[in-house]
Write a protein of this length. Structure first.
Length: 654
């Protein structure tokens, strides 16, 4: 048996350690290959993380693996090293971390090449002086992290591309992350021409075998630039020289499911391992990134002006409390003036549906989802009430289900109601609504954006889908129909999100002219986020918000680990949360600078029939958080009817 070989296998299951299997005689088995192995009565896929001739210690029978799936490894030592770090930092198994990296059917992206589109300039554009200085700093600087901070329309993309071109010229591959791949068609065409034959675009419109084919192209060195959304950060370059994170502030860089990784943290770790550079950019940096710039940990590069010659738009705040309906007199008049000049209008509202609040004026009844702690939204076009958390639907009521009163009504407004009002006030204008209800596929969205760009639409109405990085030359007016939707959330990042959203949406106006105007409608005109965004006072807002965060012990001054217990039985969930709190309190008595907050019900206490309780572990250092999180998982994961979610550095406490 001296020739027998043993393989350590990491499987995509929440096991604390890898499993060991014997490799059948004559079977080629290498580090990084996928294999099929027996586990109980099942056959599951695992990943080879080591091969040895030494039999594991202990008196137990070692089963043989069934077969090797891949002809060549899909993971190298670099990916396995990164997965080990992810397993520790995001409190998941090594197999779960590796599975997250590999392009699969349920991930947010997958790799795929794309065709060039004629008519895009193949040569780099001329740079402004600030752009030249930024490119030179990235090319020749000794810093590991750079932040390209510039107003909307200041030419950050060209700086990114020229920095990428420099790295590729040196033979160092580049990963370019964007918050949402469906909105990067223009960028994709530009990149294809500039880096012909060496580009892979990460998107979701491909089969699993196509995705894996592209993954292997990257591994074999046939690709030098990968552009894509969050999971493109795992592109299997052996030593990436540069990772670019565009619109760094976007929440979509954080995974919403286990393991809850953040692409920014993974990118930084990859650059530390490879010795490469990390370049991020946004007009509205996250508070974490802003503080790192202030402290000199991250080098800030400034782009203060719009490269197209357009001035920053004039921003007017309108108090909605003295207005009737979703479109104020000021917004309506401005729309009329812009449309008469043959220019375009964008109306932004981050709430779909017709109205979102059914209530009885007699007894106070409110119509909530029976499975979630949220109000149902009325969709007038389909005539249904819908829950946007779990998808529950029901017919609307003409009378109150509680007291039978006919004095019932709907409050609040969504994109459908705004669309109806626009139709009434501007019947001859060409209108287009872009939200999750109207956009059925990526082709519809691309066609809609093309129509706007080519002047076939006068008024574009949409949700957050139209707020990110779009560049329409004929848009002179942007109306933010309700700036308060994120302000009302009981979450410590509500102010930051509101400021960022107003600033980003405002940046769609007047990018090629001096006539740009933005009207911000709000019920809270004196709110700091609204007031500072309207004044363009980014430093003032950030300093004020950082002062508040520091006084409250919130990020970025303290690190959080959020532990959520969820299950169908409310009493069992509360019991598990109480047990976790007691366990943590006892453990933290020996750890300085760490405390546990809670347990308490989550702000949205019930989703899809699951009751939710949360605890927050707070510390200024990450090791105590990770120690406690791993201990909680090990101690309490056996409670089969209560599921534990662990989130390091959560973006939301909802």
């Amino acid at each position: 048996m001296s020739d027998c070989r043993y393989a350590e296998i990491a499987c995509n299951i929440p096991l604390g350690k890898p499993l060991t299997y014997a490799v059948p005689e004559g079977l080629a088995c290498e580090l990084g290959q996928r294999v099929q192995v027996p586990l109980g009565s099942r056959k599951i896929t695992g990943y080879v993380i080591s091969v040895s001739s030494v039999k594991p210690k202990g008196e137990f029978a070692v089963k043989e693996l069934h077969r090797v799936i891949d002809a060549e490894p899909v993971f190298g030592p670099g990916e396995i090293q990164l997965a080990r770090w992810m397993s520790d930092f995001y409190v998941c198994s090594l197999g779960e971390a590796l599975a997250m990296m590999l392009p699969g059917g349920k991930r947010d992206t997958a790799a795929g090449s794309f065709d060039a589109d004629d008519g895009i300039a193949e040569q780099p554009r001329d740079l402004s002086s600030p752009q030249q200085e930024a490119v030179q700093a990235i090319k020749s600087g000794n810093d590991q992290m750079y932040y390209l901070h510039g107003v909307t329309g200041s030419g950050k993309t060209e700086v990114f591309l020229q920095a990428a071109e420099h790295m590729i010229g040196r033979g160092e591959p580049v990963i370019y992350l964007v918050p949402e791949i469906s909105l990067t068609h223009q960028l994709a065409r530009e990149v294809t021409h500039r880096f012909q034959g060496t580009v892979a675009l990460m998107h979701s419109a491909m089969t699993g075998s196509q995705r894996l084919h592209e993954w292997m192209r990257i591994k074999r060195g046939e690709v030098m630039l990968v552009i894509g959304a969050r999971s493109a950060v795992f592109a299997p370059f052996e030593r990436p020289g540069l990772i670019i994170i565009d619109e760094e502030h976007e929440n979509s860089y954080k995974s919403g499911s286990h393991p809850r990784y953040h692409a920014r943290q993974v990118a930084l770790k990859r650059m530390q391992l490879s010795g490469g550079k990390l370049v991020m950019g946004s007009a509205t940096p996250s508070l974490e990134a802003w503080r790192l710039q202030q402290e000199g940990v991250m080098k800030r590069l400034e782009l203060p002006d719009r490269i197209s010659g357009g001035d920053m738009p004039d921003i007017q705040v309108v108090d909605l409390s003295v207005s009737e309906g979703p479109l104020s007199r000021e917004l309506t008049e401005s729309m009329r003036e812009v449309l008469e000049r043959g220019k375009q209008v964008i109306l932004f509202l981050n709430r779909r549906g017709f109205s979102y609040f059914f209530h009885c004026r007699s007894c106070g009844y409110e119509m909530h989802c029976p499975h979630c702690s949220v109000s149902l939204t009325f969709h007038r076009k389909t005539g249904i009430m819908r829950c946007h958390y779990c998808g529950y639907v029901r017919r609307p009521e003409d009378a109150c289900p509680e007291c039978s009163s006919l004095d019932v009504g709907y409050s609040g407004f969504g994109t459908e109601m705004v669309e109806k009002e626009v139709e009434q006030k501007f019947p001859r204008a060409r209108k287009l609504r872009v939200d999750t209800d109207s956009v059925k596929n990526r082709e519809f969205l691309q066609d809609a954006l093309r129509k706007v760009r080519e002047g076939e639409v006068d008024i574009l109405l949409g949700t957050q889908m139209i707020a990110k990085g779009l560049n329409f030359p004929h848009v002179e007016l942007v109306g933010i129909v309700l700036a308060d939707s994120s302000l009302r959330l009981p979450d410590f990042r509500a102010q930051e999100r509101t400021f960022s959203l107003i600033t980003q949406v405002s940046g769609r106006a007047g990018r090629f002219s001096s006539a740009g105007k933005v009207i911000v409608q709000t019920y809270h005109p004196e709110n700091p986020a609204v007031r500072c965004a309207a004044a363009g006072d980014l430093p003032g807002f950030y300093q004020q918000e950082l002062t508040v965060r520091e006084s409250l012990g919130f990020p970025p001054y303290k690190r959080f680990c959020r532990i959520v217990m969820r299950g169908k039985d409310k009493a069992q969930v509360e019991k598990a949360a109480g047990k976790a709190a007691d366990f943590l309190q006892h453990r933290l008595t020996s750890i300085e600078d760490a405390e546990v907050l809670g347990p308490s019900p989550c702000p949205v206490e019930r989703i899809a029939g699951n009751w939710r309780e949360q605890l927050i572990i707070r510390s200024s250092r990450i090791p105590p958080l990770l120690s406690c999180a791993h201990a909680v998982k090990k101690e309490l994961s056996s409670a089969s009817k209560v599921y534990i979610e662990i989130d390091i550095d959560p973006l939301s406490l909802m």
